[in-house]
Design a protein around this ligand. Structure first.
Ligand code: GAL
Length: 460
């Protein structure tokens, strides 16, 4: 007896991104992005010194890989266009990139896999980073030009677009922590980066609307719910602030067309407001998204600030709260992240109640596992029962959210085949297919086989 049936036409699939899968970083006329550059100057920042140049070589294997998607019944796939591949100098179109993306899109459609195409996944072209990347307002215009070019080239076949994947991540990792290039730790600059990213998203949406293509455009956010340690006022406040910085900073303007007043107030109090111009407000107001993609991996648990404030870098979000370890938490021991399936339900209800019940889908959910070859059996299949269980439990909670009226239209896992995870490179594996990076061979994992049946039944 099947207990969890999903709505008709539900999207089942997986997500990936250009830099993490394509490889061929120095081929096909691609320009450099910040990852290519950073790897050149600091290769030891990457796990086992593995950089972005080869990754999973989707550039050369896309045909067989798309066939593999079809083999496990995926009906949709999200990936991104590499901005620096399409427009190596920012202006002139690279025909080899156009050919590549055309072939990928056509091949997906031929195999009944609906493409969802994202424009930006952490991969700033290096020549734009040299003029300060998102800190420079000119880059907002450059992005809008890139977006328009992509809609023009591929919009006849791509009917679902997203502007950004997890736009808060480059802010958090690149401007609040020394984790991603350009490794700046400065909240004022981080706020400007976030603000310009938001303007870029709105401007790209505006371009899309002007072109009257009969598709939809959205944004993908990592909505990590902030759970307070207790119901004490100070803990609640801490969670509210974490939520303002890390979720609502993009969620509210993207869906409601306005920044939360509490966020503006908080930034103002600390002299962190970015420079704004006439017309910004209207730009954001008029260009809200049609749908939302939500990435969910783990919750954020917070308590009031109890540890001493380190102000060596001036004010930072961590001055307002501490992270909290919930004694009852369950961990993914192979990655060090908490597993909390109910989070996906809480997200569903939050969108239903506070964000106009906008159509949304789970755009990434997944379980990273290090040294996964230890679970490989004699037939070269990874027996990833832990991952099947992880998906199942999240799907049950998602189903409950849908039953209760949340407007969710799909579930994508991270990811289709093992790929390159930024600093962690190939340390943690997430795919339905294992990738042997020494010879680029792919092997179906048990979870891929399980997924095939889930799609067949449209549920569990
Ligand atoms: C997400 C990100 C992906 C991928 C994933 C797993 O935050 O969007 O690019 O790296 O984490 O690590």
């Amino acid at each position: 007896m099947q207990k969890y049936v999903f709505p008709e036409g539900f999207l089942w699939g997986a997500a990936a991104s250009a830099t993490q899968t394509e490889g061929a970083a120095n081929e096909g006329g691609k320009g450099k992005n910040i990852w290519d550059h950073w790897y050149e100057i600091e290769p030891d920042r990457f796990y086992q010194d593995v950089g972005p140049s080869e990754t999973s070589d989707f550039y050369h294997h896309y045909k067989e890989d798309i066939k593999r998607m079809k083999d496990i019944n995926m009906n949709s796939f999200r990936t991104s266009i590499s901005w620096s591949r399409l427009l190596p100098d920012g202006v002139n179109i690279n025909q080899e990139a156009v050919d590549f993306y055309n072939q990928v899109i056509d091949e997906l459609l031929k195999n009944d896999v609906t493409p969802i195409i994202n424009l930006y996944h952490f991969d700033m072209p290096f020549h734009l980073q040299e003029i300060e990347g998102w800190e420079n307002r000119e880059v907002v215009e450059s992005f809008a030009y890139y977006a328009k070019t992509a809609f023009h080239l591929f919009g006849d076949r791509v009917k679902r677009w997203t502007t950004f994947n997890e736009p808060i991540v480059p802010v958090e990792m690149g401007y609040l922590n020394d984790f991603h290039y350009p490794c700046v730790v400065d909240m004022k600059r981080a706020v400007t980066v976030a603000y310009h990213t938001m303007l870029a998203s709105a401007m790209a949406i505006g371009e899309y609307r002007n072109m009257n293509q009969d598709g939809e455009i959205g944004i993908i956010l990592n909505l990590t719910p902030s759970y307070p340690r207790s119901q004490d006022e100070a803990d609640l406040k801490a969670a509210e602030i974490a939520d303002l910085f890390f979720n609502r900073s993009f969620l509210d303007p993207s869906v409601l067309g306005e920044y939360p007043v509490e966020l503006i107030q908080l930034l103002k109090e600390h002299d962190l407001l970015p420079q704004t111009f006439d017309g910004d407000h209207a730009l954001i107001k008029e260009n809200i998204v049609d749908f939302l993609g939500v990435n969910y991996y783990q919750p954020r648990r917070v308590k009031k600030k109890e540890t001493p404030v380190d102000d060596s870098h001036g004010i930072l979000p961590t001055h307002f709260f501490d992270s909290y370890i919930w004694p009852e938490r369950r961990m993914n021991p192979h990655r060090g992240w908490e597993i909390y399936e109910k989070g996906v339900y809480d997200i569903a209800i939050n969108i239903r109640d506070n964000y106009n019940n906008i159509p949304w889908y789970v755009a990434e959910n997944g379980m990273g596992v290090s040294d996964e070859e230890r679970f490989m059996d004699d037939s070269n299949m990874i027996q990833d029962d832990y991952r099947i269980e992880f998906y199942q439990e999240h799907l049950k909670w998602l189903h409950k959210g849908i039953e209760e009226g949340s407007n969710c239209f799909g579930y994508h896992v991270w990811t289709f085949m093992d790929n390159w995870s930024w600093l962690n490179a190939y340390k943690n594996r997430y795919g339905f297919y294992r990738v042997d990076i020494n010879n680029q061979k792919r092997y179906l994992k048990k979870s891929g086989y399980w997924f095939k049946e889930v799609v067949e039944r449209n549920g569990l």
